[in-house]
Design a protein around this ligand. Structure first.
Ligand code: B3K
Ligand code: ZN
Length: 869
């Protein structure tokens, strides 16, 4: 807990560590009340460091039992102890420090450091959890070879795991047993992991390209062992893909994944021993949706890819987080694109980027992908560092080409394998491998905010030439008011009136605040297709007419831009309705808007998944960010009006397509089947907007007959936002059928939390009393409270402020248990300035209430204090 204001850590204060660690040996004696940790580290003073340099170790919430330097006990006065760590003066150039600490994993509700989940021990050390285990230089630029010995009761904890290879094990006379693990790769403490428990495993094998035989194991509690096959197959696909695409192989003889129920995020890439949120491991047709199948594969891939981008080459300090995260997200995006549909993956990623990252960029927490300061590093595992970071990596590939990018990656590994480096090293490898100057590109790492590119076109019929003019600007963000121009790769094409490319995709390099590009041999006035494939994380403005957009929706050779034209058309229509002073009864939709949607719906040349994407309107959150100061209720009404109007106008097409796409065969999560189900369920969601008993019955029928969770959930979510007798019955049925399965029940909680029906907040409050709900499980908190606050703008932003005070009560209660989760939950209040005055004031009051609360964690304090600046 915070005493006084938390310190701000600055990038420019970075100094290299005074001492390195050659080897660290850890002994864990796991007990029922407490755990004893003995650590022995061999320190070596680094070159050019003065002999009087202190040995500085981090440690938090530790009971120090013993401390010996080179075998001799240290007395009080020989070292300085604070809440944050220990420093020891007068140590020799080479020394051995033995530290014995006692910790209380059973009482650890922060889920950071060593803790228990379902009675099993596990760890989470990134970013700074290792310091809750022992005193140590817990910083990523101190890398050591780890040996870990675990002692525990054999019956309770038959499985004892840590990083690397098992090099010994045996029984002890007192009913305990032990195991020793050695990890030959030097690593920072944040990659340390320990697991001990009553676990079963499934096993697979993989032979790497160079012939190393690797044992693959997924550990879980016995009752979930039948749901691990998809994760195992995903792991093998990831291993193979990284060899093919990047020439990267696995480097140990065993790769282990452990699924745990209580986990602050998705998963963790600990060397050789990943720990996963069980949500991202377990899949079966009856319990997991298509989306679950796809995310499991992506996250299994992501953590596996970290073995090279993160573990073999790690970060010098936490400001460099995007070095591993942006790059690894880019790699997992490419993995999914190569295995499934590239355009669909691109659309999904850009949709998420715009909804969450653009919003963060417009918030008081806006930061560059490499921040220059933080109070609590856990607050910087953000969509900016991850998703915008991935866009920045993607831009290298767009600028250098796939081969050029690969050369840069090869050089990066050749130069930095085994090192802790910074984003400059990555940029330099890309530039040097391609003999090109990328210095302007550095600005993407240093400047926050979403650049705004404005374009217009001039056509000279006599010269048959067309000129595209661009300006770029970037709004002020907390770290800087004025920005230097970015190097923006802008993919463009020009279409003729038949919809053919006159000029196929070219990459323009925008480098200046204003710039023009001329194209010759353009025989007619073209329609430009700009920012194809979303080649840079910017907002692009162009004075398109609705007719241009409808034309691009039909003809653009770039699938992403076909989709985007539809989104622009829909957003324009939504904004017009929002601005009109008309009452809802007088709202109308233009025929050509409806026919543009109709032609997408019926366009057999587009695959199912793309059609499903194209039919989805911008989300209420997306609209709120554009229509500022926003009124969430008005936005909801307009968006529902468009849904209902389209549904009524296109009812016959929707019903026909629904019937055509409906199938009852065996479930398969392949891209074609997923696409088919998505389009079918988008049709059902539209039809659900028609208040008609026949449609309710159709949903009920799909729910009852569903052979898989995707179809069941799709039908249930339509019912859950519909006031009809079928709703209660289906929700009750789902509850009774799945109450034994916590992950499936999370879907049930989330569905009710996102309903637009009146009384939803009361429902959510009621559900918090449900026997399966607990604030101590992050998945439950995210499913119920998180879904309500982040995916139900209508009710969260209720005009009486009830949503805001509900969230605040819970943030305060959570903060005392788990600051990381509390700090995630408080974020929906952050953009209070974007709302109309009544709501804005009510949101601010709640932020002030949190700020005034005593004993706030640094995590929540940072978000709240920055929001109120
Ligand atoms: N590296 C971890 C995230 C750790 C979050 C610490 N608060 C998972 C990942 O990005 O792969
Ligand atoms: Zn990651």
């Amino acid at each position: 807990m915070r005493q006084g204001q938390p310190k701000t850590v600055l990038l420019r204060d970075y100094t290299a560590p005074a001492y390195s660690v050659d080897a660290l040996s850890l002994v864990f004696e796991l007990g029922e009340d407490s755990t004893k940790v003995t650590s022995v580290a061999n320190y070596r003073r680094n070159r050019d460091v003065p002999a009087d340099a202190l040995l500085e170790l981090y440690g938090e919430e530790l009971e120090l039992l013993e401390l010996r330097l080179n075998g001799l006990p240290l007395k009080e006065g020989d070292y300085t102890l604070t809440d944050a760590g220990m420093s020891i003066p007068n140590v020799s150039a080479m020394c051995t420090l033995e530290v014995v600490t006692r910790i209380y994993p059973q009482k650890n509700t922060s889920l950071e450091g060593l803790y228990q989940s379902s009675g099993n021990f596990c760890t989470q050390c990134e970013a700074q959890g290792f310091r809750k285990i022992t005193y140590y230089p817990d910083r990523p630029d101190v890398m050591a070879v780890f040996t870990t010995q675990i002692l525990a009761d054999k019956q309770k904890y038959p499985v004892l795991l840590s990083n690397g290879n098992l090099t010994g094990s045996g029984d002890l006379p007192d009913g305990r047993h032990w195991a020793r693990w050695e990890d030959p790769f030097r690593k920072p403490a944040y990659l340390f992991a320990l697991v001990a428990g009553n676990l079963q495993h499934v096993e697979g094998r993989y032979t790497t390209a160079s012939g190393r035989d690797v044992t693959l194991r997924i550990y879980t509690e016995a009752h979930n062992i039948d749901k691990c096959d998809h994760a195992m197959q995903s792991l093998k696909r990831a291993m193979h893909w990284d060899e093919e695409r990047f020439g990267l192989e696995y480097d140990l003889d065993i790769y282990m994944i452990v699924a745990v129920d209580d986990f602050n995020m998705g998963a963790m890439e600990n060397k050789g021993l990943n720990v996963f949120n069980s949500k991202l491991v377990f899949a079966s047709p009856a319990t997991a949706t298509d989306m679950d199948y796809v995310s499991i594969e992506a996250v299994i891939g992501h953590e596996y890819f970290h073995n090279w981008t993160g573990n073999r080459v790690t970060c010098r300090d936490w400001f460099q987080l995007s070095l591993k995260e942006g790059l690894t997200v880019f790699r997992d995006q490419e993995f999914t694109s190569d295995l499934h549909s590239r355009p669909v993956k691109r659309i999904e990623d850009v949709r998420a980027l715009r909804t969450f990252q653009f919003t963060e960029d417009a918030s008081p927490m806006a930061h560059p992908i490499r921040p220059s300061s933080y109070m609590e590093i856990n607050n910087f595992y953000t969509v900016t560092v991850y998703e915008k970071g991935a866009e920045v990596v993607r831009m290298y590939q767009t600028l250098l080409g796939r081969d050029g990018f690969r050369k840069g990656m090869d050089l990066y590994f050749q130069r930095h394998d085994g090192q802790a480096v910074s984003t400059e090293n990555f940029l330099a490898a890309m530039a040097d491998a391609n003999g090109t100057d990328l210095s302007q590109f550095q600005r993407w790492y240093d400047q926050a905010g979403t650049p705004q590119v404005t374009a217009w076109m001039e056509y000279d019929a006599a010269a048959q030439a067309c000129t595209l003019h661009f300006t770029q600007t970037c709004p002020p963000t907390p770290e800087a008011d004025s920005k230097q121009p970015f190097l923006i790769p802008l993919e463009v094409g020009l279409l003729d009136s038949q919809g053919q490319d006159i000029i196929g995709t070219q990459v323009l390099r925008l480098t200046d605040a204003e710039q023009s590009f001329r194209f010759d041999n353009v025989p007619e006035q073209p329609v430009p297709s700009l920012l194809r494939g979303f080649s840079a994380p910017v907002k692009l403005e162009y004075p398109y007419s609705d007719a241009d957009l409808a034309f691009l929706m039909k003809h653009d050779s770039d699938a992403f831009n076909r989709w985007d034209a539809g989104q622009r058309l829909a957003m324009g229509t939504i904004l017009k309705l929002l601005q009109s002073s008309q009452q809802q009864e007088a709202f109308g939709l233009e025929d050509n808007f409806i026919s543009a949607f109709q032609s997408v719906l019926n366009d057999d040349s587009l695959d199912h998944a793309l059609r499903a994407e194209a039919l989805q309107l911008p989300s209420e959150a997306d609209i709120a960010e554009v229509a500022r100061p926003s009124d969430p209720e008005a936005i909801h009404v307009v968006r529902e009006f468009i849904h209902a109007t389209l549904a009524k106008a296109l009812r016959l097409d929707l019903e026909r397509l629904y019937a055509e796409l409906h199938e009852t065969g065996e479930y398969s999560p392949d891209a074609a089947s997923i696409g088919r189900r998505s389009l079918k369920n988008v049709c059902l969601a539209y039809l659900g907007r028609i208040q008609d008993h026949g449609i309710h019955a159709l949903c009920q029928q799909q729910y009852r007959q569903a052979g898989n969770m995707t179809d069941a959930m799709a039908a249930l979510s339509v019912l859950s936002r519909t006031d009809c007798p079928e709703r209660e019955e289906a929700l009750q049925h789902f509850h009774d059928r799945w109450q034994h399965d916590p992950l499936v029940m999370d879907k049930w909680f989330a569905l009710q939390a996102t309903s637009s029906l009146p009384g939803t907040l009361g429902q959510v409050q009621g559900l918090m009393q449900h026997k399966l709900f607990t604030l101590s499980n992050p998945n439950k908190v995210r499913a119920l409270i998180g879904s309500f606050a982040m995916r139900n703008p209508l009710h969260f932003h209720a005009q009486d402020g009830s949503g805001y005070s509900f969230l605040t009560d819970n943030v305060l209660e959570l903060d005392a248990m788990n600051p990381q989760i509390a700090s995630r939950m408080v974020r929906p209040l952050m953009n209070w300035r974007h709302y109309e005055p009544t709501r804005s004031a009510l949101m601010k009051v709640q932020l002030e209430r949190i700020q005034a609360h005593s004993g706030l964690s640094a995590d929540v304090y940072e978000i709240v204090s920055k929001s109120l600046v």
